[in-house]
Ligand binder design. Structure first.
Ligand code: FPP
Length: 255
């Protein structure tokens, strides 16, 4: 079924960031190889994309593979790479048709040429899509992201484009991944652990965090709806007081 974006209701997050945890445990509980869990996880990815499109979410960032995941057993890394390749081959036309712009963040140079080419092709094919941006964090690490921003700043200073005294939060933010998107309003992690695990360390500064014990392949729309309802009920103060928020229009604070 085609999920058409609706006008975002008030209090719908503009950007959701997700740690899709629990694929391995889902498979192990069924005495199946972990790769089967990742395959089941790919189905949950589609459900999550559909849900975000239906609710008018502007951007969805999924943590698909961390810098640290390279250390997993070779067999599992290989299975994940095959899964990513197949997903790109299978899904990109449909994503483009539904108005989803696909982008990748992370050290893509660590992937095999074939996968890098498919990533670039997916980005090019969907570049003009405008309903939602889907960001896949692959070989991504939050600390590595901060380090590359620091390197970019140093290079700009060395090149005379920037003075060291001009380095402020805006200058750093402009060189971080996702600089052109609104910062994540809502972070969701499945799988029961309550931590950030080196995901978007800079970008999550004022993000509302939401955790569920459900394993990623078990994800359903009711759970995502609970996360949205919880988000809508929270007061985001961005370091101010409640009274200040009612006095002023707080919209600008979330930019
Ligand atoms: C964490 O679960 C999940 C991953 C490391 C991989 C995520 C990949 C997918 C959901 C597959 C499809 C993705 C795309 C974008 C097509 P885990 O293996 O750490 O689970 P565990 O904590 O139970 O071991």
């Amino acid at each position: 079924m085609t999920a058409m974006p609706t006008t975002p209701a008030r209090n719908v997050p503009r950007h959701i960031a997700v740690i899709m945890d629990g694929n391995g445990r889902w498979a192990e509980r069924r005495r199946r190889p972990r790769a089967i869990g990742h395959r089941a996880g790919a189905r949950a990815v589609n459900l999550c994309i559909d849900f975000c499109l239906e609710h008018g979410v502007q951007a969805l960032t999924l943590f698909a593979f961390s810098s640290e995941n390279w250390g997993r057993p070779e067999e599992e890394v290989g299975a994940l790479m095959r899964l990513f390749l197949n997903a790109l081959d299978r899904e990109v036309d449909e994503l483009e048709r539904r108005g989803v712009r696909v982008r990748f963040i992370g050290e893509r140079g660590r992937f095999k040429q074939q996968l890098q080419q498919r990533m670039a092709a997916a980005e090019a094919q969907t570049a003009a899509a405008s309903h939602m941006t889907l960001v896949i964090a692959a070989s991504y690490g939050g600390r590595q992201d901060i380090a590359q921003a620091a390197r970019a700043l140093a290079m700009d200073v060395a090149a005379g484009i920037l003075r060291a005294e001009e380095i402020d939060e805006t200058a750093v933010a402009a060189r971080m991944a996702l600089a052109d998107l609104p910062p994540p309003d809502l972070f969701i992690r499945t799988g029961g652990d309550q931590r950030i695990s080196n995901f978007l360390l800079w970008q999550l500064a004022y993000t509302e965090l939401w955790f569920t014990d459900l394993l990623w392949p078990e994800l359903d729309t009711a759970t995502l709806q609970r996360a949205l309802d919880d988000f809508a009920s929270r007061e985001r103060r961005f370091g101010l007081t409640s009274a200040q928020l009612t006095d002023a229009n707080p919209e600008h604070l979330s930019a």
